[in-house]
Design a protein around this ligand. Structure first.
Ligand SMILES: Nc1ncnc2c1ncn2[C@@H]1O[C@H](COP(=O)(O)OP(=O)(O)O)[C@@H](O)[C@H]1O
Ligand SMILES: [Mg+2]
Length: 275
């Protein structure tokens, strides 16, 4: 059994952490609890995956880490600092294909965050930003379309460009919310493998959200399983042994089965919990 409670690590090595994170939404019927008392942590270079059924609060947690929504209780720390809002130390890649500005070329889109003054290290010159963007686009295999406009790209290419744009910022933590969920199976697999290759080369810290068990085990070094509505921790898994070159076989299948059991033996989805 790989499941174990997440004890966290001494603060020195922690890239990001949630402590007792509780998230509520205000609705016309009152306050609805989406996430209840969730804690996790990831060290530098780790890839933590939030896995759970649709509606269990994965996107809400990611948005809270991004600083877009404020916790009702608990806190989020990035490199030891409490998150109070969005900041250049975190960057988000979403599922939607329309994350790029349609009137800018792919290269201009990727260069864009480097031209914004809020960036750590200040803004870069146009030439420097453009060179850095081209470099990032080569890393994600888009060297042939750097001067194309987004509408001419496939969904997979758009997601690659969004990843390149996240990479150039050198943010401490990359946040990805089901970035490959809308892709066909083969493209999805290719992007998963490319993301792992990039992670190996660039050593970024990742918070990745998915509802696919296989994707979670493949992409993550650590899995955090959530129960549905409100999202609560079911278990935490170390999946660092799986990755490129080790994404099949008996052991992988056993973990898939165990995670599947934990997710689907969980209590049925109740009506909204009002608090
Ligand atoms: N803006 C909102 N207002 C009210 N409820 C919301 C809002 N956003 C999400 N929720 C509710 O919070 C719960 C978690 O949603 P979400 O974080 O999107 O889950 P997931 O990403 O795991 O599918 C769901 O029950 C959803 O209906
Ligand atoms: Mg979601």
């Amino acid at each position: 059994m790989l499941a174990r409670p997440d004890q966290g690590r001494p603060d020195g090595g922690i890239a990001f952490a949630a402590r007792g994170l509780t998230l509520d939404y205000a609705t016309s019927r009152g306050s609805v609890r989406a996430v209840d008392d969730v804690s996790f942590s990831a060290g530098e270079g780790e890839r933590l995956v939030l896995l759970g059924r649709s509606g269990c609060g994965k996107s809400s947690i990611l948005k809270a880490v991004a600083g877009f929504i404020e916790p009702a209780d608990g806190e989020i720390l990035v490199k030891g600092r409490r998150v109070n809002g969005p900041g250049p130390d975190r960057i988000v890649v979403f599922q939607e294909f329309d994350q790029l500005l349609p009137w800018k070329t792919v290269r201009e889109n990727v260069a864009f965050p480097l031209r914004v003054s809020a960036r750590p290290g200040g803004r870069l010159s146009k030439v420097e930003a453009s060179e850095r963007a081209a470099d990032a686009l080569r890393k994600v295999g888009l060297e042939r379309v750097i001067d194309a406009y987004p509408h001419t790209l496939s969904g997979g290419m758009k997601q690659r460009a969004a990843i390149a744009r996240a990479l150039v910022t050198n943010a401490d933590v990359l946040l990805m919310d089901e970035p490959f969920a809308a892709l066909d199976a083969l493209t999805r697999r290719q992007l998963q493998e490319d993301l792992l290759r990039l992670a190996e080369a660039e050593r970024f810290t990742l918070l990745f959200v998915t509802h696919s068990i296989e994707e979670a085990i493949l992409v993550g070094t650590k899995l955090h399983l959530l129960s549905p509505h409100p999202g609560r921790t079911i278990a935490s898994f170390d999946t660092s042994e799986f990755g490129l070159g080790n994404s099949g076989g008996d052991r992988f299948e056993r973990v898939v089965k165990e995670v599947n059991g934990l997710l689907f033996d969980a209590a049925p989805i109740p009506e909204s919990v009002h608090v």
